[in-house]
Design a protein around this ligand. Sequence first.
Ligand SMILES: Nc1ncnc2c1ncn2[C@@H]1O[C@H](COP(=O)(O)OP(=O)(O)OP(=O)(O)O)[C@@H](O)[C@H]1O
Ligand SMILES: [Mg+2]
Length: 242
Amino acid sequence: MDNMMEFGLTPQLPYSVEEAINRLRINISFLGSDVRKIMIISSEPNEGKSFVALNLWNQMAEAGEKTLLIDADMRNSNMHVKYDMKRNDGKEMKGTSHYLAGNAELDEVLVHTKYGKGDLIPNVENIINPSMLLESPKFAELLDSMAERYRYVFIDAPPLGLVSDAERIGNMCDGAILCVRSGITAKGVVRESVRQLERAGCPLLGIVLNRVNESKSGYYHGYYGKKYGGHYYGKYYGSNDK
Ligand SMILES: Nc1ncnc2c1ncn2[C@@H]1O[C@H](COP(=O)(O)OP(=O)(O)OP(=O)(O)O)[C@@H](O)[C@H]1O
Ligand SMILES: [Mg+2]
């Protein structure tokens, strides 16, 4: 197959993490067919957005759904380095920033993977100010056209923090999953992120409580499901959570 990309995810996640991602996947699949473009976001750097985005994308694709992951963290992405992403045809890798800047065609940046029906648009070149690219109609058009081709389009975004990139992206998505680093991210910061998402008109679909009990038993996720529109309907814990 053309445009294949080779890379390896962690082969075996701890059971509790695997299970939490699985529950997240199942809950997303009950949100209805209008929820297609989903941003994975956090308040601060390093809360596990890319980890959650990749593993959720992987599970969804392995479950047989046509799923695309777009790396839209054009300021600070390290995914392609960290996971050693390489094209099988040996061509130079290009990604989101190349495409949006008009330096690559879609078929040069969109790659297939060995993970079920999972395709990916990596980001290979970080840039200093991606705001203009995110504002350009090309980005909105990309998301819309991909949402027609794929059942789910997950978007790995930069943190909400100080720059408004994530709000821009959220404005174009059907909803967001907020990753929160357990025991580290202050409540007020999380609340502000929820407000930012509201302002961006991006429904909060759920919160992943990530990196719980890191020191004791490895990483772990909890998932708080939120029904599209607002009410909690689920609260999920792994086996070792208190
Ligand atoms: N639940 C988890 N289990 C194992 N490793 C994890 C987990 N969550 C995060 N990590 C690891 O923690 C580090 C930070 O996670 P990640 O890069 O996904 O965060 P991020 O929010 O995308 O950061 P950035 O804001 O820099 O994009 C990575 O090395 C990642 O592999
Ligand atoms: Mg990241």
